[in-house]
Design a protein around this ligand. Structure first.
Ligand SMILES: [Zn+2]
Length: 282
């Protein structure tokens, strides 16, 4: 069984050992603990479980700063990471092995050059980071599922891994297994959607009164109608990662606000979370 997994970074025996640890009760609890997983049909449920076990068998999980790494934590990270590739090949997550968990946000060094050419070095707090060919780093406090949220740091960082597979971080994942999607179509829809979103973000920010700090939580009412978090306007790579988060955990606004982009993502991921979540909530 699960022959298709053999040769994909983990021995079949290890994958089957991980599958055996995920009893029906453990699996049911894990599904119910992640609101965006409700509504999967039996085929999707099985595909997700197989990829979850493959992730647990093929990736090396570790924790730092005293976080106790339990099976529940690893299962949660793996099940969230497995969702984007539920209908795709796990091969897209190959080329690296380490997943490092921090108990909460961690500091990463950053450097910026200002207009006069002076380099400013500083530490920035992050909830996740994906290295090209290297580890994927997560803050468990930010990755832990619970309340319904627009954000999902696990899916965000794994989307960067999909983007980086076989190419640069440019907002375009490998389309090798998608003869129905051309590079040209992807680039066109990505650019058009990015431009449309960037323009709507500028319009929303312009409407914020001067007495409200646009970076503060008080500015939220002016930004809430946007289909994506403002961070998506950073560049094409972040646009793809933030869009993938929204696609899986908050699809309604994305499907309505950027329908062409949503439809392309649905063809790429071979899933329609908007329909799935709408049907399951009726
Ligand atoms: Zn990112």
């Amino acid at each position: 069984m699960f022959r298709w997994l053999s040769g994909l970074g983990a021995p079949q025996r290890k994958v089957e050992q991980e599958l055996a640890l995920i009893t029906d009760e453990v699996w049911h609890r894990a599904i119910m603990g992640h609101f965006f997983l409700v509504g999967l049909n039996p085929d999707e449920d099985l595909a997700l479980k197989q990829r979850t076990a493959w992730l647990l068998a093929s990736k090396q999980f570790s924790s730092v700063q005293g976080l106790e790494l339990t099976h529940d934590i690893m299962l949660s990270v793996a099940i969230q990471a497995a969702l984007p590739i539920m209908q795709l090949s796990p091969r897209l997550y190959e080329g690296w092995t380490e997943i490092i968990l921090y108990p909460s946000g961690f500091l990463i060094p950053r450097a910026e050059v200002d207009e006069s050419g002076v380099v400013h070095e500083y530490m920035m707090e992050a909830s996740g980071e994906a290295w090209d060919g290297g580890p994927l780093i997560l803050s468990w406090e930010d990755a832990e599922p619970g309340v319904v949220s627009r954000a999902n740091v696990v899916i965000h960082e794994f989307a960067h891994k999909l983007d980086l597979y076989g190419s640069d971080a440019d907002g375009m994942p490998s389309l090798g297994a998608h003869p129905d999607i051309s590079v040209r179509e992807w680039q066109h829809v990505l650019q058009a959607s990015f431009d449309e979103f960037s323009a709507s973000l500028v319009a929303a920010e312009d409407a914020i009164p001067s007495y409200v700090d646009p970076e503060s939580a008080e500015a939220e009412p002016w930004l809430a109608s946007l289909p994506l978090d403002p961070y998506a306007a950073t560049d094409h790579a972040e646009f793809f990662a933030v869009s993938t988060e929204a696609f899986f955990v908050d699809p309604a606004r994305l499907a309505q606000g950027l329908p062409q982009w949503y439809a392309l993502l649905a063809r790429y991921y071979r899933q329609d979370p908007y329909r799935r979540m709408t049907v399951s909530s009726v």
